[in-house]
Design a protein around this ligand. Structure first.
Ligand code: ZN
Length: 416
């Protein structure tokens, strides 16, 4: 239901100012933002977030994993809380919106709810999660996985490019790595989780809509395929006598594209290596990666199986054999029906155009899904650009997303 007379509760100018202020922390001369987790620029960003939470009138705390939590107490504080959040760490030379919007939009939403005296039975929490990107220590979702009770002790000895361990970086930031297990929360304490995030893709722009409601997040499978033929002389080996591993790879890669299209998923060959790799030698071996994504685990497995079959199909035709290794994988996440309905209702109240879509990128919501039902409010990204200084979402779209977040939080806080 659309309410054309809706008066926004979010303060668009204030939200935009905080995006600019946080975006200036760790920004280089060319406009790229670098705030690697627990680096000096990120610690400066964390201090800014704590200050902003205090200004918003929230009850601020930090757990042993470094998750910063701002609380707005509800009328029934004994009930499970409604949580929102995201991250402020970035990749190298990134933009200003990835993660930051979810934290700043969450703080603005809670601040506006408080200022307008909006009733919310459950307590609301906004969380700034530690190290979502995983760039510095090679492991992502550190804070959200700690909260979900999914922390692996060996992560503490992972090192960054300078040989500093995660444990050392946490200690330097005033955190207590030996107590990181105390950051774990119980699922029964969290009624629902909803995250506001930029889309980082072109779907919403294509549909000319500001907001997307994620129905699911892609799961993925990573494959490493090695095709072995025979390295022979490019001049003396006639065409019918060849066992060309690259020709077999080319056919396999075309099959990867076709299989993705047929199954409504996405698949990418991102790396390819040829052995020996010389202009006058037939490729003896080709090793390439396949990144497969789909929102349905069984279809994801079917895609992987068909690609495997394609890789093994060159034995008789070309005398090229295959080995296929699964190097990584993650199950898809389905959004909670309750949270999706709350977001749909909120889009109506806020009079914001929204569509249901599958989210192609991973977020802290993936880790929190182990604790409670999750939902994602995506907002339009200009040209789909992300992890780049040109990453951009308009002030109006940021405010529209935060407005939808606000009404979603209130609905969930007052719902069953
Ligand atoms: Zn992000």
């Amino acid at each position: 239901m659309s309410n054309r007379n809706h008066h926004p509760i979010i303060d668009e100018a204030r939200l935009w100012r905080t995006i600019e202020e946080l975006g200036s922390i760790g920004m280089d001369a060319s406009g790229g933002v670098t705030r690697l987790s627990l680096s000096s620029s990120e610690l400066q960003g964390r201090a800014y977030i704590k200050q902003l939470m205090r200004e918003a009138g929230l009850d601020v705390s930090e757990d042993a994993a470094g998750n910063i939590i701002g609380r707005l107490h509800g009328e029934r504080p004994q009930e499970a809380v409604v949580m929102t959040g995201s991250h402020i760490d970035t990749v190298i030379h990134a933009g200003r919106f990835d993660g930051a919007l979810g934290v700043l939009g969450g703080i603005e939403a809670l601040r506006a709810i408080k200022e307008h005296g909006m009733s919310h039975a459950r307590t609301l929490e906004v969380v700034c999660f530690t190290d979502e990107e995983g760039v510095r220590f090679g492991v992502g979702y550190l804070g959200s996985r700690a909260m979900a009770g999914d922390w692996k002790p060996e992560w503490l000895s992972e090192t960054d490019a300078e040989g500093i361990t995660l444990a050392e970086a946490m200690k330097a930031a005033g955190l207590q790595p030996e107590k990181v297990h105390s950051a774990a929360r119980s699922g029964s304490d969290i009624h629902a989780y909803v995250e506001l995030h930029i889309e980082q893709g072109r779907v919403l722009e294509h549909h000319q809509l500001p907001v997307g409601i994620a129905s699911a997040l892609f799961g993925h499978r990573w494959l490493e395929i090695s095709l072995k033929g025979q390295a022979d002389h490019a001049g003396t080996t006639p065409m019918p006598l060849r066992h060309d591993a690259l020709s077999a790879a080319a056919e396999t890669i075309m099959a990867v594209e076709r299989i993705a299209l047929e199954h409504g998923g996405v698949a990418t060959v991102g790396t390819l290596r040829m052995v020996p790799g010389a202009i006058n030698v037939i490729a003896g071996e080709v090793i390439f990666s396949v990144d497969l994504r789909h929102e349905d685990a069984s279809i994801l497995d079917a895609m992987a199986l068909k690609i495997e079959q394609a890789a093994f199909s060159h034995k008789d035709s070309r005398g090229v054999s295959a080995t296929v290794r699964v190097t990584d994988g993650d199950e898809p996440v389905t959004a909670s029906g309750m949270v999706m309905e709350a977001i749909e209702g909120a889009s109506g109240i806020a009079d914001v155009g929204a569509m249901s879509m599958v989210c192609g990128a991973g977020h802290d919501a993936v880790a929190i899904n182990a604790l409670t039902g999750i939902g994602l409010i995506l907002i339009r990204s200009r040209e789909g650009i992300s992890h780049h200084p040109a990453e951009w979402s308009s002030p109006e779209d940021c405010a529209a997303g935060a407005e939808v977040l606000l009404h979603t939080l209130v609905a969930l806080a007052n719902g069953q």
